[in-house]
Every structure is written in structure tokens, then in C-alpha cells.
Design a protein around this ligand. Structure first.
Ligand code: SF4
Length: 622
């Protein structure tokens, strides 16, 4: 058995010799937390099943890392999925997947926690377990194996990963993970069997779900008949599991010393989450429905955190993040004061998620004089009719005013996000996307010379659990494949560039988003056939996935393209994400009628069922 120093040396040598970006495998970055592993009561490896570059850009990952490491009795370390070059090299050399902090194999941790941000990382979870020397199936692990836990948006329909994960933590992990670790510390040396330990944790810690403790029964037509706790534990664990929610964002943990990578990463900047949740009620939006209610940080807290993060990192860009930054109630004051605070330090302010609203037109002027980062706007649908179906209450005029103002302040172009394959969509709606993009490009001629550069990204719509479209049929792969040629034909200017997401990957995402635990064998087969990094064009191989469907006899269209009847029990019916089934059904019916539901600001509550809403402050503290 190699010693840790040995392992570190071998991994570093291998990374330098065989990987294109060795800096992502070395650890020791600025602000990395160093502790003596022998001095802590429990060790957790925060495992991100995608590249280092994406994982390190993800705010939630930095939050958990900083929050857990504030405690003296816990050491939180990091591991990422090695890219193909390093993966092959590690296999050749027989090197296990290790943490970046201490080069400890992940099999030696008390807990390995995966962040499931999107469905296309599922095979990477298996790959990381395998590379770490941990049995893939939860049922095959003995008491020496670490507890394998998972959280993130995909955990709100945990069933496709039920075979591989011991315990899911549902909802906002910073609210529950420290408490979970307290119980791990208390129980880990009590001589419990693995099953006893998992049962004890699932019984003690709210918002946790251990799939092995629940029985599943199917109807003859393949739909779900029941999913309920096993008789032996039914009096100890909940039949309905709720998700964790941070009630007050103002007092919640905010990183002050994020790790600064050696390599360039996707979001190489200070990220400050200014607001969580969204009022708007877009019917397709998983985050908008499951991250309710809206919670804020005060302008003062954000300014103070910006200063602290700047001092600890030296970054030259600050991003104000949230689902909808332009909806932050005090956005004018916030941007003004932030610009003032950093104007002499060549630090730019970026607002990555702008929604079209009446504030949009004012924002570019407030950022004038700063370095220009990309203006990104997500109209999602181009026609008024389709916007009513999806409850996207935006006006073209507000969009045009915002873009015009941006051109006036020196922006050369914008990025526009749309979805295709939305319920009731026609070719006319798609043609509308091309027309809208062209109009946005032409607007620049009204204020200066030349057309604006528009990068247009069109994603296939995937119905998600816990949204009003959770029972809707997804557009078929064949329909999604028509989108690119149709849009291409309509765009008559070189100023508009088009990126349409792959139809086969959207289909796969649709299979897993609303899948059940029978898909475990599909994921396992795909892993055995070599599928990994399925979210990446360079590595995605749909032919292998087709072979996996064939080998397992699973019909993907049953999951992706089938409308669910109102009374069908859904594989995530035992999980409550806050919004009630009544509200979702009501919204689905209003969608059919093309009726808008107003957003719930200013006391216009739509009775969505989110209990914790009563406890949360309704405006940023000042
Ligand atoms: S309970 Fe009412 S105010 Fe709160 S998020 Fe739901 S609809 Fe909005």
C-alpha cells in the first residue's frame, strides 16, 4: 500500500507527464484549508462529478467547503472527476482517486458527498467511485466503506441514483450537512452495522432519504404503484421527506476566503449570492419552483463580503449571482455602491443572470466606466402566446430598452438564451426566436454604427419534477433535431450566431429528470460501456447510450416523452420540495389556458404551499 506522500508524488508526476492541465490535480491552491487529518473527528470528501474547472466555479461547493472547515472537528476536502487524459493515466498507473488537500484515497473518508447539479454527471459519479476503489452499488458496500451521500437539484428526484447512494440530503445542504456530520461523529465508532448506521442517520437527521430503506412496487403498465418505508423501519423514518431550506439568508454562511485555482476556471471571479429563490413562477423552471421562497442579503452584507473576498483573492471581477439579479429590490443602490467602492481598483462588476424587467434598462448605465463583461439575457420564448403558456411575463419593449441601453454604454453584443420544444410550441414560435435575435442585433444601429453581436443559445426543453410541467410529454428527439435547420434557415445575418443543444443529450436528460430507480441498471451499463463526461461534446457518445438501452431493455421514451395522467403516482411523490401538488396542478391547468399567474411580490401570494415563506424576511434588511 503506497504511503500518502508516495501517492502525492506519483499523482503529481503523472499529472505533469500526462495531463494537459496538471494544475487541477496538484491542490495547494491559494486559500486551500490545511489541517492535520489526525486531529479531526470526521473527514468528508466533497466530490464534484465534473471537471475541476466547473466544480471550483460553483458557489455552493465553496460554501460547503468553507462552512464545514470552519469547524475544528471536521476536515472537508475536495475531489473532482479527472479529465480523460488523467483518467487514462491513473488507470494505467493504478492510482486511486484522492482528495486534493491530503492526497488521501476517497475510500478512506468517513463520508464522500456528491453534488448532483445536472443529470449528465451520473456516470461520472460511478466513475469516481470506481477510481476511488469504492463498490458502485450501495448494497455491495461493507462497514469499512465511506458513507456515500448526495445532494443538489437532482436529489429532488433521487430515484435514478437510488442504487448507488446511501443517503441523500435534500434541499439546501448548508442547513443540514453540519448536523448530519455531528451524528456521523457520534455514531461512527459505535460498532453499528452499515444498515444500522444508515437507518439511524435517516431517522435522526431531517431532510434525509436513504433509498435502501424504502420498498417500491410497480403496476403492470410499468408505472409506480407505491414507494414507502420498509415495514421494519416504518416507525422510524418518514414516508414523506421534505427539503432543507435556509430561512434567513442574511445570517447564512457566506465564503470570505474562496480557493483561488492555479488554472483558469469557468468563473474565475468573486461570486456573491445576493438573493436566493425567484418569485416569478416560470412554469418550466426547476430552480424557480424548488428554491422558494425568495431570500435576500442586505446591501451592507454584500459590500462587506465583496471587500473581504477581494482582500483574500485579488480577483478583478465580482459577480452578483442569483436566479434573477435584476429583480433584487435594491439593485440600483447595490450596483452604485459597489461600483463606487471598487472604481479605482480596476474591478469589474458582472450581473450574470438578468431577467427582462423594467429595471433592465437602467443597469448598463450604472455599470458604465467598468470593464464590460457579457450581457446575458434569457427571454426563453419569443412569442407572446408561448410566454403565456410558460408564465414568462416579459415585454419585448423592456428587453429592447435594456439592450439599447447596453449598446449606448459601449456593449457590442448580448447573449440570449431560449428554449425549444416547449409545450404547445409551433414552428411559428421557433421562427419568432430567429426574428427576435435579429431585432436585438439591429437595435445597435439605432445608437451607433454596425449591428450588435448576438450569441443565441437554444436548449431543448426538459420537463422537470416539482414544476407545473412535471406531467407533460417532452418533445421527441426527432422534433428537437428539426430545430437547428429550421432556425439556421431563418437567420439572415452573420451578426447572430446560433448554438443549439444536442437533441440526443436533451432526450437523455429527459429520461433521467423524471426517471425511477429501474434506471440504475441503465446508468451502470452505460458506465461499463465507457460513458463519462456526458455533458461534454468531446466525450458524449450517444451510440454507447443506445447500446445501454438495448442491453437493459429500457425504453427511454417511456420516461422522456410520455405525458403522465393526473392521478399517476410519480417517482418523486414521496419528496416535498415545498410547492404543493395542488399548486402545480393549478398552474398546469392555467398553462393549458394560456393564463398568466402574477408573481408573488408585494404580498400577492399565490398560495404555492411553501411553508417556510411565512418565516422569511420579505425585503433585504437595511
Ligand atoms: S407562499 Fe406565496 S408568497 Fe410565498 S413563495 Fe409561495 S406564492 Fe410566493
Amino acid at each position: 500500500m503506497p504511503t500518502q506522500n508516495n501517492l502525492q508524488e506519483k499523482i503529481l508526476r503523472t499529472a505533469v507527464a500526462r495531463s494537459q492541465m496538471p494544475g487541477q490535480y496538484t491542490g495547494s491552491e491559494w486559500n486551500m484549508v490545511r489541517k492535520d487529518p489526525g486531529s479531526v473527528a470526521a473527514r468528508i470528501c466533497l466530490a464534484f462529478p465534473d471537471t475541476y474547472s466547473l466544480g471550483m466555479s460553483f458557489n455552493g461547493y465553496q460554501i460547503l467547503y468553507g462552512l464545514l472547515n470552519e469547524r475544528d472537528d471536521i476536515y472537508a476536502e475536495r475531489a473532482f472527476a479527472p479529465w480523460t487524459d488523467m483518467h487514462a493515466a491513473m488507470r494505467d498507473e493504478g492510482l486511486p482517486l484522492c482528495s486534493l488537500e491530503t492526497f488521501t484515497p476517497i475510500s478512506e473518508f468517513d463520508v464522500v458527498g456528491f453534488s448532483l447539479q445536472y443529470e449528465m454527471t451520473f456516470t461520472n459519479v460511478l466513475d469516481m467511485l470506481e477510481l476511488g476503489g469504492i463498490p458502485l452499488l450501495a448494497a455491495d458496500r461493507d462497514k469499512d466503506a465511506p458513507l456515500i451521500i448526495a445532494g443538489g437539484p437532482c436529489a429532488l428526484n433521487p430515484e435514478p441514483m437510488a442504487d448507488f447512494i446511501d443517503i441523500f440530503i435534500l434541499g439546501e445542504a448548508e442547513e443540514r450537512l453540519p448536523e448530519f456530520m455531528d451524528h456521523v461523529i457520534e455514531l461512527k465508532d459505535k460498532g453499528l452495522t452499515r444498515e444500522e448506521l444508515i437507518t439511524e442517520l435517516a431517522a435522526r437527521v431531517p431532510n434525509t432519504y436513504a433509498p435502501s430503506l424504502y420498498d417500491v412496487v410497480w403496476n403492470d403498465d410499468g408505472t409506480l404503484k407505491s414507494l414507502a418505508p420498509k415495514a421494519s423501519v416504518a416507525d422510524r423514518i418518514p414516508a414523506q421527506i421534505t427539503q432543507a431550506v435556509v430561512a434567513d439568508l442574511e445570517t447564512a454562511y457566506l465564503p470570505t476566503r474562496p480557493i483561488v485555482p492555479f488554472n483558469e476556471i469557468v468563473h474565475d471571479r468573486i461570486n456573491i449570492e445576493i438573493m436566493r429563490g425567484c418569485w416569478r413562477g416560470c412554469r418550466y423552471c426547476h430552480a424557480g419552483m424548488t428554491r422558494r421562497p425568495v431570500r435576500y442579503r442586505s446591501v451592507e452584507t454584500i459590500l462587506k463580503n465583496a471587500e473581504a473576498q477581494y482582500a483574500a483573492t485579488g480577483y478583478s471581477q465580482i459577480a452578483l449571482t442569483s436566479l434573477s439579479t435584476s429583480d433584487y429590490p435594491d439593485i440600483h443602490r447595490l450596483v452604485r455602491e459597489l461600483v463606487e467602492q471598487f472604481k479605482d481598483r480596476r474591478v469589474s462588476i458582472s450581473l450574470p443572470s438578468l431577467r427582462v424587467n423594467d429595471q433592465l434598462g437602467d443597469l448598463p448605465a450604472m455599470l458604465s466606466g467598468m470593464k464590460k463583461s457579457t450581457l446575458t439575457i434569457a427571454p426563453e420564448a419569443a412569442t407572446e402566446r408561448l410566454r403565456r403558456v410558460i408564465n414568462k411575463d416579459i415585454l419585448d419593449e423592456d428587453l429592447f430598452n435594456g439592450v439599447r441601453a447596453a449598446y449606448e454604454q459601449g456593449w457590442n453584443g448580448v447573449k440570449l438564451y431560449f428554449m425549444a420544444g416547449l409545450p404547445t410550441e409551433t414552428d411559428e414560435d421557433l421562427i419568432g426566436i430567429a426574428k427576435l435575435a435579429e431585432k436585438v442585433s439591429h437595435l445597435r444601429r439605432e445608437v451607433t454604427k454596425g449591428a450588435g453581436k448576438v450569441n443565441m443559445s437554444v436548449a431543448g426543453f426538459v420537463p422537470k419534477p416539482h414544476t407545473p410541467f412535471q406531467r407533460a410529454a417532452m418533445a421527441t428527439k426527432e422534433r428537437l433535431e428539426q430545430i437547428h435547420p429550421l432556425l439556421r434557415q431563418q437567420i439572415r445575418t452573420r451578426a447572430v450566431s446560433l448554438n443549439v443543444h444536442r437533441a440526443d443529450r436533451s432526450f437523455l436528460e429527459g429520461v433521467f429528470a423524471r426517471g425511477d430507480r429501474r434506471l440504475g441498471k441503465l446508468i451502470l451499463k452505460a458506465h461499463e460501456l465507457g460513458c463519462r463526461f456526458d455533458a461534454w461534446d468531446e466525450t458524449f457518445n450517444f451510440t454507447k447510450w443506445e447500446a445501454a438501452f438495448e442491453a437493459t431493455g429500457i425504453d427511454g421514451t417511456f420516461y422522456a416523452n410520455r405525458a403522465r395522467a393526473d392521478d399517476e403516482l410519480l417517482p418523486w411523490s414521496h419528496i416535498s420540495a415545498g410547492v404543493s401538488h395542488d399548486f402545480l396542478a393549478r398552474e398546469a391547468a392555467r398553462s393549458q389556458e394560456g393564463e398568466f399567474t402574477p408573481d408573488c411580490r408585494d404580498g400577492k401570494c399565490q398560495a404555492c404551499g411553501v411553508e417556510v415563506c411565512k418565516e422569511t424576511p420579505k425585503a433585504p434588511a437595511s
